[in-house]
Write a protein that binds this ligand. Structure first.
Ligand code: SF4
Length: 489
């Protein structure tokens, strides 16, 4: 067959339906799984986002702060739309909008012009600058660029302008969060350490956590204790502010003065050692008082440890109200255990959350069977394995470090489980495997309000357990025959 120019062309024919069916079945086999796990150069649906997105989250946690992306506009749109979709709230951020000429000659002019405009238009109390891949690839010198911007007057010399290098080809959102938070604290506390001054406060670093309900829960727990605190970096209002008919560009956030004075605190607790490693390392060397790094308090044991640590640091007993909450959480665990005990789960997500899921599931007698982290380390693997070793339910569980959600597909199809825990990106895998997906991670684009429901503390136990067990009961109701359709479950 030839075309209008007389050249030979091959006629395209559709793939025969039987071939489509054959491949559809083949990708669920052990043979395919072997090929899938031999994959080296290609990542398919990773369960993480890029560094600057985490940096933007940290920036949003401070009063009057404008996140500023030095890089291309497309990246900035991606970060903002991810926040918009997850929170269904605006996420104001500016960009130096680098394009081809910036990529060739460097992005300093773009950055200076962008900063000048941002200051004039959005009147921030602080601008937090971080990079996308492009300026990192060409080697833009952010330190010199910011210094020059201040010298040229593009940014007022007294406007705090922390900045962080957040190249996404190295690390992921939790590392960007850590780098940005560190730079913000270094900037705001500069020259603020006063010999002999103690604020008497607890600094609570919440870690890279996208759940606004968790931040409110931390604040409630500390209020119950009656302990003065500074929550770093507090996104609870930023992404969950009241609808009052007016647009507020910077709702909420940790007060800059409080963040500056945090260096004189009585104690600092950093939660989530994987997303606060650099920040905590610096805090330990520079902040007054005591310093502790702890896991995010998912489940009973980790919440107990968190509360007892606060009690120990401040010499105050755990309040009766929180003890009663614990009692209620244990009671509901007892009431609900038969619906979850022995059930197999596939879990994926950020290291600090994964440790929480595994801990919580083991406490409930469930089996965190496939545990997958697409940006993990040997240290994380060892830490999860140590948790698994504490329970007989952990003995057949496997950890997959630096694997993606298409690897998860093969795991689910060849070695099935009862449910998944993760974020929205796993919904295709859950659908293929015909199992429920519990959306406790980030981002969640396809359900509403989940970011408001706390997962940490005893309240988090109640929320996660009720969600999981009631779904399993729903499934029983939906799939049982008439003879077994019962009022009581
Ligand atoms: S990976 Fe790099 S290029 Fe892609 S969105 Fe993130 S910062 Fe931009």
């Amino acid at each position: 067959m030839s075309n209008l120019l007389g050249l030979e062309v091959t006629k395209i024919v559709g793939t025969p339906p039987e071939e489509v069916e054959r491949v559809k079945n083949w990708i669920n086999t052990e043979e395919y799984k072997e090929k899938n796990f031999a994959r080296q150069a290609l990542v398919i649906t990773p369960a993480h986002a890029c560094q600057p997105l985490g940096a933007e989250l940290a920036a949003h946690g401070f009063e009057g702060t404008l996140p500023f992306v030095h890089g291309s506009q497309g990246c900035t749109s991606y970060f903002r739309s991810t926040f918009n979709r997850h929170y269904r709230e605006p996420a104001p951020a500016a960009s130096s909008a680098m394009s081809e000429d910036g990529a060739v000659f460097g992005g300093q002019n773009n950055l200076h012009e962008g900063l000048e405009n941002a200051v004039a238009l959005y009147k921030p109390k602080m601008i937090a600058v971080f990079t996308s891949c492009m300026p990192e690839v060409i080697g833009d010198d952010l330190t010199a660029f910011i210094r020059n911007a201040k010298q040229k007057g593009c940014v007022p010399s007294d406007l705090p302008t922390p900045y962080a290098n957040t190249p996404s080809f190295n690390g992921c959102h939790i590392h960007g969060y850590d780098s940005m938070l560190l730079s913000i604290l270094q900037t705001l506390t500069e020259g603020k350490q006063i010999e002999g001054r103690f604020t008497g406060k607890l600094n609570l670093i919440a870690g890279c956590d996208f759940n606004t309900g968790n931040y409110r829960e931390y604040k409630r727990i500390l209020k119950e204790f009656g302990i003065p605190y500074t929550l770093l970096a507090d996104i609870s209002e930023t992404f969950d502010s009241p609808l009052d008919g007016h647009y507020h560009i910077y709702p909420g956030g940790t007060k800059l003065d409080d963040a500056g004075d945090s260096i004189n605190g009585k104690a600092t607790i950093a939660l989530g050692s994987y997303s606060t490693a650099k920040t905590f390392g610096w805090v330990k060397d520079n902040y007054s008082g005591k310093h502790v790094s702890m896991p995010v308090p998912f489940g009973i044991a980790k919440t107990d440890a968190f509360l007892m640590k606060i009690s120990e640091l401040f010499g105050k007993p755990v309040p009766e109200s929180l003890k009663a909450e614990r009692g209620r959480a244990v009671d509901l665990m007892t009431d609900a255990h038969q619906y979850i005990h022995g059930k197999k789960f596939a879990v994926y997500g950020d290291p600090d959350y994964l440790l929480g899921y595994v801990s919580f599931l083991l406490e409930m007698g469930a089996i965190p069977y496939h545990i997958l982290c697409s940006k993990g380390t040997k240290k994380l693997e060892k830490e999860i394995q140590a948790l698994l070793d504490t329970s007989m339910n952990g003995k057949d569980c496997k950890i997959y470090i630096n694997k993606d959600l298409w690897h998860m597909h093969s795991l689910l199809m060849t070695d099935p489980v009862d449910a998944m825990i993760g974020d929205t990106h796993g919904k295709l895998q859950a659908r293929n495997a015909k199992i429920p997906l519990f959306r406790f991670g980030f981002p969640v684009f396809d359900r509403v309000n989940l970011h408001r429901i706390p997962l940490i503390g005893y309240q988090g136990v109640l929320n996660m357990l009720s969600t999981i067990c009631n779904k399993f009961i729903d499934i029983t109701d939906d799939t049982c025959d008439d003879r077994h359709f019962e009022m009581m479950r």
